[in-house]
Design a protein around this ligand. Structure first.
Ligand code: FAD
Length: 307
């Protein structure tokens, strides 16, 4: 007797939607997460690009998606997934930090983690002035000056969030143009608390052993190196997939993103992947939710074919 029809690993927007669709098809479904449900939405303040809401706080959207999934019959189970194996009967065995669970279908929705900058001082001052989450840590920098490293959506939207709390936000970007959506760029350029340093790479984060006091940066055009004082450094330089635990399945590209077809199927029958962990171009809540709907429905069709 199998524990579940479908196990969804990760309860962010992708996973919660996949689980909801599978449960509405009358399957026995659980979503596993190693933390609280909501995923990256818990680290986001205002979400302004999710249809149906002019603006909604990330944790609130997470709460609503959780209610929709659990009302459809999805169980939420705590578990840090270590490995997935498949036996000769095609049953999938999910090993967590505390349990082993069996299922017919696995939907992987484990998202991604912030990429580290990889410079001297980053490890030493992480949590002592260095952060990867403005919503989590911004309040520690009230009325101070902070630095944001990066030029994409996350860097600019979190920079704008920090501008509401701090005195000044210096955005450091290695190019001379931002990659963020135009609407965010316009808002950032119009905000007099935000300053921009172009063509610059941070080479070291420095401090007094207890806390960050500044950064060392290199002007990529002139080669000039200088030290700038700052009390906080927020790093948004991209993401790495949370897929190490699926290495044995051989379903990722070289960088670790899980490869699927347009039906969210991986190369392993009965294993699907959705959301940010997938090899794709646009990593957003809307696209994670779209992936989730497709995978949830395909889980049902896969199980129908087994019967
Ligand atoms: P995630 O939301 O990352 O959820 C993955 C879940 O998997 C997590 O709960 C994690 O705990 C769990 N997990 C991981 N590994 C394991 C494991 N081994 N075992 C068990 N559970 C595991 N998108 C927008 O559309 N609009 C925005 O305004 C927006 N702002 C953003 C701001 C910031 C600062 C960030 C970082 C992202 C923002 N995004 C925004 C992007 C959006 O949050 C993601 O695209 C979306 O959350 C991806 O959903 P997901 O379900 O794929 O993964």
């Amino acid at each position: 007797m199998m524990d579940y029809d479908v196990i969804v690993i990760g309860a962010g927007p992708g996973g919660m939607t996949a689980a909801m669709y599978a449960a509405r098809a009358n399957l026995k479904v659980a979503m596993l997460d190693r933390g609280v449900y909501g995923g990256q939405m818990n680290n986001t303040d205002d979400i302004e690009n999710y249809p149906g809401y002019q603006s909604i706080k990330g944790p609130e959207l997470g709460e609503r998606m959780y209610e929709t999934a659990t009302n459809a019959g999805v169980e939420f189970v705590y578990g840090d997934v270590q490995e997935v194996t498949i036996d000769a009967q095609q049953t999938k065995h999910i090993r967590t930090d505390s349990d082993e669970i069996t299922t017919k279908v696995v939907i992987i929705a484990t998202g991604s983690t912030n990429r580290k900058l990889g410079v001297l001082g980053e490890e030493k001052y992480s949590g002592k002035g260095i952060s990867y989450c403005a919503v989590c840590d911004g309040a520690f920098f009230k009325n101070k000056e902070v630095t944001v490293i990066g030029g994409g959506d996350s860097a600019i939207s979190e920079g704008l969030y920090l501008a509401n709390i701090t005195n000044n936000v210096n955005i450091i970007h290695r190019r001379d143009q931002l990659r963020a959506q135009k609407v965010l760029q316009n808002r950032a350029f119009a905000n007099d608390k935000m300053a921009f340093t172009w063509h610059a790479s941070v080479t070291e984060i420095i401090g007094d052993d207890q806390h960050v006091t500044g950064i060392k940066m290199l002007d990529n055009q002139t080669g000039e190196e200088k030290v700038v004082n700052t009390s906080g450094v927020f790093i948004y330089v991209g993401n790495v997939p949370n897929s190490q635990m699926f290495k044995n399945l051989d379903i990722t590209d070289e960088a670790g993103w899980i490869v699927t077809d347009t039906e969210m199927a991986t190369s392993v029958p009965g294993i699907y992947a959705v959301g940010d962990v997938r090899q794709k171009k646009l990593r957003q809540i809307t696209t994670a939710v779209g992936d989730g709907g497709i995978a949830g429905q395909n889980a049902f069709e896969y199980i129908e074919r087994l019967n």
